[in-house]
Design a protein. Structure first.
Length: 129
């Protein structure tokens, strides 16, 4: 059964005037990779920060959780969160390749002389008939 965390945000207004107003907000689901994480309030807070996009705080709290707990499941979950914040190796490889290509092409352009473009011939002005 997937874990859910209750949020304190107010429920969204119904779009239909006849729809009954909900007094409880819908439960917030955790990301699919975190469904098998152990139930721990510190870890749930870190997952909520991850969902909110506060990655700097996720790094800080996950490292603190790694050093403060001996539970292997919690340590594994914290390592998984930290691993998901690392840049994709393929993206780093492509960035390095494109940077190298830019340097080579710019060097090639600057190291070869460029002739002035040929002058356009003097053409007679178009006559209006």
């Amino acid at each position: 059964m997937p874990r859910t965390t209750d949020t304190s945000a107010p429920a969204a207004k119904a779009t239909s005037p006849k729809a009954p107003a909900s007094t409880t907000p819908p439960p917030r689901t955790v990301p699919s990779f975190a469904k098998n994480f152990p139930a721990d309030p510190r870890l749930e807070r870190i997952v909520a920060l991850f969902e909110a996009g506060n990655y700097a705080q996720v790094r800080t709290d996950a490292r603190a959780l790694l050093t403060s707990t001996e539970d292997t499941a919690l340590r594994s979950a914290a390592r998984e969160l930290l691993k998901r914040l690392e840049p994709d190796p393929l993206a780093l490889y492509l960035l390095a390749i494109s940077t190298g290509l830019l340097i080579v092409l710019a060097g090639w352009y600057w190291s070869h002389p460029h002739d002035a473009p040929p002058a356009l011939p003097n053409l007679p002005a178009p006559s209006s008939s």
